[in-house]
Design a protein around this ligand. Structure first.
Ligand SMILES: C[S@@+](CC[C@H](N)C(=O)[O-])C[C@H]1O[C@@H](n2cnc3c(N)ncnc32)[C@H](O)[C@@H]1O
Length: 602
């Protein structure tokens, strides 16, 4: 490492500043001046560069503790840098004109206090831009609010003029009671329908009265957060309001056909793609899906399973002359999709030898995995073995395919001995899963894979790069994130040994969250469908409906799903009672599985 004295004078930050001014300095050179000096083995420019690279875009949010983690930065230096940042932020904020940002019903209510005492009924509209900044507040009508008297033109005419992205409507009840009347509900319905046609978000309809307030957005939104905006996305009543009776009821074809899931032939020492517990896996519904594909998608040559999970759906259509495209955002799923469905050839003999070797790995001492998951999700012996095998996989593999196959074998074996009910949100109290862990060999039908492709991408990124005859879409339905349920397998697959926290031992999963579990679900789904280059679309989407537990409510309403699909072509819905065949008896748990089918014409 050159010392700062060895760098030519003109390139040293202070000298450069004095000679050419601050504009000529890079970010790390500016930081180098603040730091003043480097540490042993690292000159000040390198130290500054390391900090800039580490925190990059988050630099302005740095904390003293973040800086103290960097070798060579003491408390005095850290305080100096954070104070400089704070100073810049304060002066900057003072110089920016204050905007009136409306992010919740409460913001609107506090700007509507003048309406509470009015003796006449008022309808007032708040016009917002896409960042929820208030553009204008306008009185739309005075006098009895009647659906026949309020014309959407009066609301949306000005919205177009102002180029507003959304509107919030406020209405007062002189009676003092804020509960919405039937007339109010009909008006809201009408405004929502008009907003959809105009492409302007109807964010909320609020009633203010002496006895309190009522917000349709707050009432209908089952999520904990009641904010109008999150992750930079503006939400509206479109996402939470079924304006008419569910459209799907009228166009649904019901099937009461019973499908028996065929048991794949089990060969001792081997495992199949479906031998894994996975929430929402469609193994028991393959017959239902296959019937619809056979009826609707005549002579298809390619099938894309873009939210593939275990991959069982793609595998069902995997034949020698068909191209199956599989994709999932989680590494723990990708490795397995790649093992079973990728065109890349594996040396099966070498794989079997490696599995035999890994089964004999010495497991007496503790490791990352047993320290975090021993005696909770697994017996201590099994946890030690899992950690030791995972460590060895990285040492013995020569290529990506072999590594993926060994990790897959480990994931399936781990799942077999996990003390859970099939996911890793929690472990069972009694540790009675005592059989020893054993790796098996994946049963791969490689002659069918030669045309296939496997991806590890966000579905909305991938959709722009591929085309296929049949696109099968099976996204998460509700707010439950797969990276939460399978954090432990994801940790095992990635093996970067992150810090884990809480009783469940979860790692930081912020970069793994799926937009399909957030309030942005409708918007990302719309984007996915718009960019789909295919002939047929099949979507599995549950009808869990409104439940008391907000987490299990479907993220996209049926009406929205149908509206979005109709932009692409005609829509048909197939529905089947979901029957779980367990001990020979059939059990219905009250929900129906639906496939939304769209023949693409646009
Ligand atoms: C309902 S599951 C699919 C189940 C699958 N059909 C099966 O039978 O196993 C949804 C899957 O979508 C994946 N996923 C969620 N968000 C995604 C995204 N934005 N892009 C790609 N995959 C995603 C999850 O990791 C999960 O495996």
């Amino acid at each position: 490492m050159p010392r700062i004295k060895d760098i030519p004078k003109v390139d040293r930050p202070r000298e450069k500043f004095l000679k050419k001014g601050p504009d000529s300095l890079s970010k790390s050179e500016l930081l180098a001046i603040l730091l003043g000096s480097g540490i042993k083995g690292k000159n000040v420019k390198e130290l500054a560069g390391q900090i800039i690279r580490k925190f990059g875009a988050n630099f302005l949010d740095l904390t003293v503790n973040d800086l103290l983690e960097i070798k060579g930065i003491g408390q005095a230096k850290a305080l100096q840098i954070i104070s400089a940042l704070e100073l810049v932020k304060r002066f900057y904020l003072d110089s920016v004109p204050k905007e009136n940002v409306i992010i919740s019903a409460q913001n609107v209510i506090s700007l509507s206090s003048d309406l509470v005492d009015k003796k006449k009924e008022y309808l007032v509209c708040f016009y917002l831009n896409a960042r929820n900044v208030l553009l204008k507040k306008e009185i739309i009508s005075i006098g009895i609010l009647d659906k026949s008297l309020v014309h959407p033109r009066e609301i949306f005419g000005l919205a177009v003029e102002l180029r507003a992205a959304g509107v919030v409507l406020v209405h007062n009840h002189p009676s003092g009671n804020p509960a919405p009347s039937e007339n109010d509900k009909e008006i809201v319905n009408r405004i929502i329908e008009a907003g959809k046609i105009m492409g302007i978000n109807v964010i909320d309809f609020i009633i203010v009265a002496e006895q309190g307030e009522f917000s349709f957005f707050e009432k209908l939104n089952s999520q904990d957060s009641k904010l109008y905006v999150s992750d930079g996305i503006q939400y509206s009543l479109f996402d939470v309001f079924e304006t008419t009776s569910p459209a799907y009821a009228q166009i649904t074809q019901k099937s009461h056909k019973v499908y028996f899931s065929q048991r794949a032939r089990e060969t001792a020492g081997y495992f199949n793609i479906q031998n894994r517990r996975f929430l929402g896996n469609k193994y028991k519904l393959l017959g239902f899906i296959e019937d619809i594909v056979n009826e609707k998608c005549n002579g298809f040559n390619s099938f894309c399973d873009i939210f593939a999970g275990t991959g069982v759906v793609g595998e069902r259509f995997n034949e020698r002359n068909i191209k199956v495209i599989s994709n999932d955002i989680l590494t723990s799923n990708y490795v397995s999709l790649s093992t079973f469905l990728s065109a890349k050839q594996l040396n099966l003999k070498k794989l079997e030898e490696s599995i035999t070797y890994l089964n004999s790995v010495d497991t007496k001492s503790d490791n990352y995995f047993s320290e975090h998951y021993g005696n909770t999700y697994f017996t201590l012996e099994n946890a030690r073995k899992i950690g030791a095998i995972r460590e060895k996989i990285d040492d013995i593999t020569e290529n990506e395919e072999e590594k993926n196959a060994l990790i897959t074998s480990l994931i399936y074996a781990t799942d077999k001995v996990a003390n859970t009910v099939g996911h890793y949100d929690a472990y069972r109290k009694i540790l009675d899963s005592v059989q020893p862990l054993k790796l098996l060999i994946p049963k791969i039908v490689s002659e069918n894979n030669s045309n296939n492709e496997v991806f590890h991408e966000d579905a909305n990124t991938l959709i722009r790069k591929i085309n296929c005859d049949v696109l099968y879409i099976d996204p998460p339905y509700n707010s439950r994130q797969y990276c939460d349920a399978y954090h432990l397998l994801e940790n095992l697959a990635r093996w970067t040994k992150p810090t884990v926290f809480g009783k469940a031992g979860k790692m930081d999963r912020s970069n793994l969250k799926s937009s399909y579990c957030l309030r942005s679900a409708t918007k990302v789904f719309d984007d996915l469908i718009r960019n789909a280059n295919c002939k047929h679309i099949l979507i599995s989407y549950n009808n869990t409906g409104e439940s008391k537990n907000g987490r299990s409510n479907a993220r996209i309403s049926d009406n929205e799903l149908i509206r979005i699909l109709k932009n692409k072509g005609e829509v048909e819905i197939f529905e089947r009672d979901y029957k779980a065949f367990t001990t020979g008896k059939s059990e219905t748990n009250g929900h129906a599985e639906r496939i939304f089918y769209c023949k693409v014409t646009n």
